[in-house]
Design a protein around this ligand. Structure first.
Ligand code: ZN
Length: 251
């Protein structure tokens, strides 16, 4: 799904001649040439987790897919909590991720989000229980119904997501994925994970092969201390690094 092909009519059949090279491909769901993944996270219920967000962003960078962040349920936050969340999200915007805050009930923030889909193949993903179905149904009334009907027509249960389909919306296509509470890092090497924290590269650490961990004079650590890099981002980086090292030890 998502491949660009050339095809021609041979007799009464269309035959694919050529599959164009892919700019990227995702595993879950199995879709190629994704222009953007919209990561749906709840501001609350379930608790907003920067750690899980950073995990998603790492995997998106590895897959060479552009990620945008959509935060739902902002109405559940107090004024102070909302300011705090906006503060953190400003950092993500500064390093290059677009962030949108929405309320699927009142459709606050929807005007901007609707425009994101035009001319693009988009995939919706994110945290389990983040209100993704509510969000999609508010955006495209009947969307969930439509996917259920297709599943039934193909003889699959409504919760089966093994097969991927793209749905037309607002001049583009949408692919839906199940929610995730934990992601698989087993295919990432400890040497490469730093490349998926996009702001670390801009830091220009002068040591080749620096893991920005225990090395003295590391520019990334310096930037964390100066407040140029968000502390939680760096802490999550170290945590992922530790996880990967422990994973290696098992074998
Ligand atoms: Zn370094």
């Amino acid at each position: 799904v998502g491949d660009y092909v050339t095809y021609e009519l041979e007799g009464d059949k269309y035959v694919i001649d050529d599959v164009k090279p892919r700019i990227n491909d995702l595993d879950r769901p199995l879709i190629a040439n994704v222009d953007q993944v919209l990561l749906i996270f709840a501001a609350k219920e379930p608790e907003f987790q920067l750690n899980l967000l950073d995990q998603f962003l790492v995997l998106m960078e590895k897959a060479n897919v552009h990620a945008k962040i959509i935060i739902t349920k902002i109405d559940l936050l107090t004024k102070d909590e909302l300011l705090d969340l906006k503060d953190k999200m400003r950092y993500y915007q500064e390093i290059g991720y677009d962030v949108y805050m929405v309320n699927s009930m009142t459709k606050v923030g929807f005007k901007e989000v609707e425009k994101l889909f035009t001319d693009k193949i988009s995939v919706l993903s994110g945290q389990t229980g983040a209100g993704k179905s509510t969000f999609i149904n508010a955006l495209i009334p009947g969307f969930n119904l439509q996917t259920q009907e297709i599943s039934q027509a193909l003889g699959r249960g409504k919760h089966t997501t093994r097969c991927t389909e793209l749905y037309q919306y607002n001049g583009g296509f949408i692919g839906d994925t199940p929610g995730f509470s934990k992601l698989d890092f087993s295919l990432i090497l400890k040497e490469e994970i730093k490349d998926y924290f996009i702001e670390f590269k801009k830091c220009d650490c002068k040591f080749r092969d620096c893991l920005h961990d225990k090395e003295l004079g590391c520019q990334v650590k310096e930037s964390v201390n100066n407040g140029l890099i968000l502390k939680s981002r760096y802490e999550n980086y170290l945590k992922f690094l530790t996880d990967i090292r422990q994973e290696i030890k098992k074998y």
